[in-house]
Design a protein around this ligand. Structure first.
Ligand code: PEP
Length: 247
């Protein structure tokens, strides 16, 4: 999947229902002019993937997942593999979200294995990186984010470097109602682009953390930003549509 245009990814987290899939996708598909030229991806919980795949079939919105197993198959009760997701038409998968790093014990090794699994079936991994409030206060944001990203780059090998999307999501901004300042987003993402350039890599960088219809235009217009990863504001179709049209 090409990522030349801006991209907006909706992460429903552990929310939603069959009814929401139905009404949400109907509103989105009835108003395609609002996101013409933008790649929109919807990531519902696993149990709603098939309903979402059916509802989106043949339309411009892509299906994404919120997580994938680090294993390909076998005795891993409760896990969902990359081939399983791909077989449902999932084109993209969020990996290393801070909520999973913090509460499900996902470390850089596990995250790198998940990225490799996604790539092995041609799904685009959206690797989430970001610092805590304490790390930011210590002035360590850039170092923390680069450490999270470089572990994955080393693990996947240079031939796959170009097949990754990175979402810069300051942990303190997620679900808090406060975004990072545009100056801070610009500083961190400029530094990431510069380090990647030293390795001969160019990757799309998204921003996530309390994005809404009101701030989407300002953040997405930053020259270092290729799009937005949206949590809370992706649960209400009217708001999400407005957010997309402002991107
Ligand atoms: C997220 O879940 O990745 C996220 C950015 O959430 P929110 O937009 O609610 O801060």
């Amino acid at each position: 999947m090409g990522v030349k245009s801006k991209i907006v990814i909706g992460n429903w987290k552990m929310n939603g229902s069959a009814e929401l899939v139905e009404s949400f996708t109907r509103t989105m598909l009835d108003n395609q002019a609002a996101y013409a030229g933008i790649r929109v991806v919807l990531c519902p919980p696993f149990t709603l993937l098939q309903a979402m795949a059916d509802a989106l079939e043949g339309g411009p919105i892509l299906l994404g997942a919120q997580n994938v197993s680090e294993f390909e198959q076998g005795a891993h009760t409760g896990e969902i593999s990359a081939p399983m997701l791909a077989s449902m038409g999932t084109k993209m998968v969020i990996i290393g979200h801070s909520e999973r790093r913090a509460s499900r014990g996902e470390n850089d090794r596990i995250i790198a294995a998940k990225v490799k699994q996604a790539l092995s079936v041609g799904m685009l991994p959206v690797l989430c990186v970001g610092e805590t409030a304490e790390e930011k206060a210590r002035g360590d944001s850039g170092a923390v984010v680069w450490q999270q990203l470089s572990v994955v780059l080393h693990a996947i090998g240079s031939e796959l470097f170009g097949q990754l999307i990175v979402a810069y999501e300051p942990i303190w901004a997620i679900g808090s109602g406060s975004t990072a300042s545009t100056d801070d987003i610009l500083t961190i993402t400029t530094a990431i682009h510069a380090k990647l350039a030293q390795l001969g890599i160019q990757l799309p960088l998204l921003y996530g953390g309390s994005v809404n219809a009101g701030n989407a235009a300002q953040i997405s217009s930053l020259p270092t930003i290729s799009g937005l990863l949206v949590g809370g504001a992706s649960l209400q179709a009217g708001q999400f549509l407005l957010l997309c049209s402002n991107t």
